[in-house]
Design a protein. Structure first.
Length: 415
């Protein structure tokens, strides 16, 4: 099957927190790290969000077989995204290294074409309230003619992409089958659902009825954040503002295009900023946001010593704009994961980290690793998701608590 039925799409039900009985993708080294950190008293655990979309057992088996048999061939990407066999997949591949590609992976079970659900007019509309330039204008002005044509041409192809249920290859698989069934695709979706659950748990006991404000840095796939808005409101927690920050005008236009179709345009605020160069507090008021989303960002920061300092600085900056009692969400791909060869062939280069390395960054930023909840969706075993609370009284964690956190981690960073 392709689109999940009502009984398959279980994202609104309480998640199972035990390791799944069926397909278990989490690698032994990651399970060992989870158990080791949990044994020290840290809140680290496997979880099992129900898949948003599932293929039949036979079709999923064919996806796994195709990847195992074909990934080593030098023309693997060309084979997988062949324009004649899989034209929809080819259209998606053209933007695979840009934020809009995550939209397709996130909602693929309910889409007819790769770009369905995004208003294409958003790319030609003024991008900000006070201005006349569109995302297309900015790309044209800020790139060489050849560069702009290449980027915009890929977006044109993406929006012109045909039906996801396109031609079947020698394994009997269509573009939709691969975009649903590849481990990384499942992982993008369960990463988002895991983040939803962590936010819900954090806000569940909140007594005030103040509207919630969210902010997403490097907004990437805005669909999960817009889904969070819907879910919070369904739980009686109104969201007055969802702020999206990115330096890529096409990423911001994608947010606008999704928000327009979903009826959220009135509460979405777009900010074009390079947050690694411009202090966040210069355009976002300190202690003004309830949930800061870094879920799609952290793994783009290098694991070098300089990257370590940048990542810690970014976490401190995110905490500085978070209200006391609020939450900073982040995620990072773990170092040992299934289908690594496929990931290396298809995705942009991301920085994989152990859970301990990421928690060490939390401590370095002055935030409490001892109070951070870490969840690893175990079916896929690709990501660890972190809910980092911002303390009520002080942003900077007392030195004694920091020492306790470092003692529990019992390691120095291996960068």
């Amino acid at each position: 099957m392709h689109q999940a039925s009502g009984t398959d799409r279980l994202a609104d039900q309480a998640p199972r927190t035990e390791a799944p009985v069926g397909r278990l993708g989490v690698q032994p080294t990651v399970m060992e790290e989870v158990n080791r950190l949990a044994s020290t008293g840290l809140d680290v655990a496997l979880t099992d969000p129900a898949p948003r979309f599932e293929l039949s057992e036979h079709t999923q088996g064919q996806v796994d077989r195709a990847l195992a048999e074909q990934v080593a061939r030098p023309d693997f990407v060309q084979w997988l995204f062949d324009a004649e066999t899989h034209p929809a997949g080819r259209a998606w591949w053209g933007v695979a290294k840009r934020a809009v590609a995550l939209h397709t992976l996130y909602d693929v079970g309910g889409l007819a074409t790769p770009a369905q659900g995004i208003d294409p007019a958003a790319y030609d509309a003024p991008l900000f309230d006070q201005g006349t330039r569109s995302a297309r204008d900015l790309i044209t002005q800020e790139n060489s003619p050849a560069g702009a044509d290449r980027i915009l041409g890929r977006y044109r192809d993406f929006f012109a992409g045909g039906a996801l249920d396109d031609n079947a290859d020698e394994y009997g698989l269509t573009s939709r089958d691969y975009l649903i069934g590849v481990t990384d695709s499942h992982a993008v979706r369960t990463r988002a659902d895991c983040a939803f659950d962590l936010v819900h748990e954090h806000l569940r006991d909140r007594t005030n009825d103040q509207p919630v404000r969210t902010l997403s840095l490097a907004c990437g796939a805005s669909g999960p954040v817009l889904d969070l808005v819907d879910r919070l409101e369904a739980q009686g927690r109104p969201v007055d503002r969802a702020v999206f920050v990115d330096h890529d005008p096409l990423a911001l236009a994608t947010v606008a295009g999704q928000a327009s179709i979903r009826g959220h345009a009135d509460r979405v605020e777009l900010l074009r900023k390079n947050f690694l160069k411009t202090p966040i507090t210069s355009y976002v008021e300190p202690a003004s946001v309830d949930v800061v989303d870094l879920v799609g960002l952290f793994e783009h920061i290098p694991t070098s010593r300089m990257g370590y300092r940048i990542a810690a600085h970014l976490l401190r900056a995110a905490a500085s704009i978070t209200r006391p009692g609020g939450l900073v969400l982040l995620a990072n791909m773990v170092t040992d994961r299934p289908q690594q060869a496929f990931f290396d062939s298809v995705w942009p280069r991301l920085q994989q980290r152990t859970i301990a390395q990421t928690l060490d960054l939390v401590e370095e930023a002055g935030l409490p690793a001892t109070a951070t909840r870490v969840r690893v969706p175990a079916r896929e075993g690709v990501y660890a998701v972190y809910a980092v609370p911002v303390p009520q009284a002080h942003f900077r964690v007392p030195s004694g608590q920091r020492l306790l956190g470092r003692a529990l981690l019992a390691r120095s960073p291996e960068f």
